[in-house]
Design a protein around this ligand. Sequence first.
Ligand SMILES: [Zn+2]
Length: 458
Amino acid sequence: MLRAITFFAVVAALSFLVAWLADNPGAATVVWRGYRIETSAAILLGGVAVIALVIASAWRALSLVRGLPRRIRRARHAIRRRRGYLALTRGMVAVAAGDADEAGRQVRRADALLHEPPLTLLLSAQAAQLVGDETAAGRFFTAMLTRRETEFLGVRGLLTQSMKRHDWEQALRHARRAYRLSPDSAWVAANLFDLQIRAKQWLDAEATVSESVKHKHIRAQEGRRLRAVLKHLRGLEAEAAGDAGQSATLANQANRSDPGFIPGADRLARLLLGKGRSRRALNVVEKAWTASPHPRLLEVYRGASAAETPLDVVAAVERLAKLNPGHMESRYAVAAAAAEARLWDRAKARLGELGDAAPAKVYRLFAEIEERQSGDPARGHEWLVRASRAEPDPTWVCGKCDAHVSEWVPVCPRCESFASLGWAIPSAAPALTGPEARGHEIVHEGRRELPPVGRDGG
Ligand SMILES: [Zn+2]
């Protein structure tokens, strides 16, 4: 629009000028080297304009010719780049499709066309991995370390390679470097944590947990739980090294981090009980019971409550059970204590509240109560038959893979998840025993599980 207006304005101005010059032709005389030209001023002006136009056109044509080779070079370069990127894309597609030959061909093409190693190194490494040449892939990944823009991808590749080789030491080194380069990456943080756990670097793993919470890779509550487990493990190490002071400090810290972490609460309560601090031990157990009841906690509680008569024990256990009244372990604990005090009806009422989905130990206790109340061993038989068909007793079950073991361990023996075991009724699969369960040397104090309270006849 604007161009049209300008054009018309220029045409109008020129027409006006020509008309004005026609009306006012004037006169001009040029004398040069003996020549004398007499003409009108309008023609002289027109002549000058024509000469200027010719010179400008010639100049423009000359510069076009001079710039031609550069423009040809640029155009050829652009075509090469386009072809290079096309090869790069085709190479990526080939890698994704698992076509090693095509990937190799395209990466060589892209390399020749682009001359930009950062773009082709990763693809070269991937193509090498496709044909199983991990050594060549490693070379490409290592080459990527020297450039800032590809360093992270290089470290990531080397880290994955080390983990595949089960070279955990090397993998941990790469993971640390990758983490320094990209602390925001959840993948890197998770791998760094796993490798630190594998190397039993509990303190470093704690730092990684704190950072992961800060970067929102894991929730704050999950962070507190992991820190509790890690501090618990450090406490066990300090104890094994004979450092009782440090061990107690860490037991306290673990419990503060997650009061519901059973092995931590159990350990702290026992340490406190050993020092005669029963009130505090009761406190620790009560807090833990509120979150997650466990027979071992009950055992410490009974020890710390200084109950002397069976009726005192019932009162103490009822106090504890009230903190988590609906839980199976709470009802079972009260029933077992009542049975010991020969309060048969109260015991049966508590067990009856558990319904049909109760675990086997509930029916075994029923059988024992019937036998002892009636003095007739045959009376318990029916309950024992029901026990054999009931849900299995609660045990330590992995929340990730459902594996279950009788003693708490920090790392699941089957899926190697850290801190994944919880006290629960296991699925039908048999418990892990033998080499699979002993895959990790870390075991929680190695204490034998005591039989449920009440089984010893009271
Ligand atoms: Zn598992």
